[in-house]
Write a protein that binds this ligand. Structure first.
Ligand SMILES: Cc1ncc(C[n+]2csc(CCOP(=O)(O)OP(=O)(O)O)c2C)c(N)n1
Ligand SMILES: [Mg+2]
Length: 395
């Protein structure tokens, strides 16, 4: 088995509040050295984080207006994680995530109108309105969901890495060249599936990075109340022979710099990695959470670390972002998301026929029919959905 050098040594915790939320002894690693990121690239990240923030604010409004039903978990506060991580890998590298997935879809490049229509349960959505908030899926952008069962995506992350490695090495006869990113919440750490996935990833040398979006809470349960070794999650990965890292998920430049280093190594060695990404969700778990399990003071400490404000100030201090330019960026994003809402409002709900497509309807399965969403170039044709395989063709 390949031996890897240990991760960067820990630095002191930022404040007592951080220590209270994440534990006292395992702290943030400093960036490995100065990394040059062109201002234009940082501005793109600022834009992408603002787009996610605005999208989520409009989702919350639409939810209040009952345009969005079911569950809705917004990503506000965690934007730097999806944006920094996707920037650190290549577009052909697959990504899979949990149910707090709108940010990942947008960061990966899904047109926000398809994402919003999916939220609204409309035929124009990325899954034709049949998946909803927790099931964003975009094959062209190598996003393999959006998964509602806590931890369900962790074996899928191992499977995606296995498939990529198999295709590269066995089918194409070349070295393994892709890295899978598997995001999970801190709550998923206690699922059996997570441990089975890590065991196989370690055993089979799978190029997958498990990124724990550690926001300190699993619904209303503080991490230390429900998880052993909460102060040092990397020890869980060590048990499977997997290298672990702790990253400040509130700073997109740090996220990018650290993740780039980890992803490059994962790609070169075809070995898995584990990341304790320290972040914070500014809103409740879902739309019906009064947040009684944490204090206002604690929220204020993390709100002061808002990843958007942090990058904005950094660019402004460097003379790279004029006030007018920032305002114009904000306005363009507001207009764009408003258009997405209007587009989604105008999109019809899926017709009854769609109940019988994309499902394991017949015992001889897998599909009795499927239509492509508009996002994938399909024509939405409620009257005549197309059969892609018949029973006779399959037998
Ligand atoms: C197997 C399973 N058990 C319970 C639930 C209910 N549930 C939904 S979200 C959640 C908390 C998960 O928290 P975490 O993984 O930290 O993600 P976060 O919400 O913080 O992003 C739970 C218990 C579920 N969806 N699946
Ligand atoms: Mg959590």
């Amino acid at each position: 088995m390949t031996t890897l050098p240990p991760s960067v040594p820990p630095a002191p915790a930022a404040t007592e509040v951080h220590a209270k939320v994440f534990g006292a002894t395992e702290h943030l690693a400093p960036p490995p050295g100065k990394i040059e990121v062109p201002a234009e690239r940082m501005k793109q990240w600022l834009h992408d984080m603002l787009l996610i923030r605005e999208f989520e604010v409009r989702c919350m409004q639409a939810y209040q207006e009952k345009k969005i039903g079911g569950f809705c978990h917004v990503y506000i506060g965690q934007e730097a994680v999806a944006v920094g991580c996707t920037a650190a890998v290549e577009h052909r590298d697959p990504i899979v995530t949990a149910y707090r997935d709108h940010g990942h879809a947008l960061a990966r490049g899904m047109d926000p109108k398809y994402c919003m229509a999916e939220m609204f349960g409309r035929i124009g959505g990325c899954a034709k309105g049949k998946g909803g908030s927790m099931h964003m899926f975009d094959r062209d952008n190598n996003l393999f969901g959006g998964h509602g069962i806590v931890g369900a995506q962790t074996p899928l992350g191992a499977g995606l890495a296995f498939a990529c490695k198999y295709m590269d090495e066995v089918i194409d006869g070349k070295p393994s060249s892709r890295v899978a990113l598997c995001f999970l919440g801190d709550g998923a750490l206690n699922q059996g599936a997570f441990h089975e996935a890590l065991n196989l990833a370690g055993l089979f040398d799978l190029p997958v990075i498990y990124v724990v979006e550690n926001n300190g809470y699993s619904m209303g349960t503080a991490i230390a109340r429900g998880t052993t070794m909460a102060h040092s999650l990397v020890t869980k990965a060590a048990g499977y022979g997997i290298d672990g890292y702790v990253i400040d998920g509130m700073d997109v430049v740090d996220v990018y710099a650290e993740m780039k280093r980890i992803a490059d190594r994962c790609r070169a060695t075809s070995r898995p990695a584990f990341v304790d990404m320290r972040t914070y969700r500014f809103k409740g778990h879902s739309m019906s959470d009064p947040r009684k399990y944490r204090t206002k003071e604690e929220e204020e400490v993390f709100e002061a670390e808002d990843p958007i404000g942090k990058l904005q100030r950094r660019l402004q201090a460097a003379g790279q972002l004029a006030d007018d330019e920032f305002k114009a960026m904000q306005k363009a994003i507001r207009d764009r998301v408003r258009d997405c809402v209007a587009w989604s409002d105008a999109s019809p709900p899926p017709p009854p026929e769609e109940l019988f497509t994309d499902v394991y309807l017949e015992p001889w399965g897998p599909y009795t029919g499927s239509t492509q969403p508009e996002m994938n170039g399909g024509t939405v044709n409620p009257a005549g959905f197309k059969t892609i395989a018949t029973k006779e063709e399959l037998s």
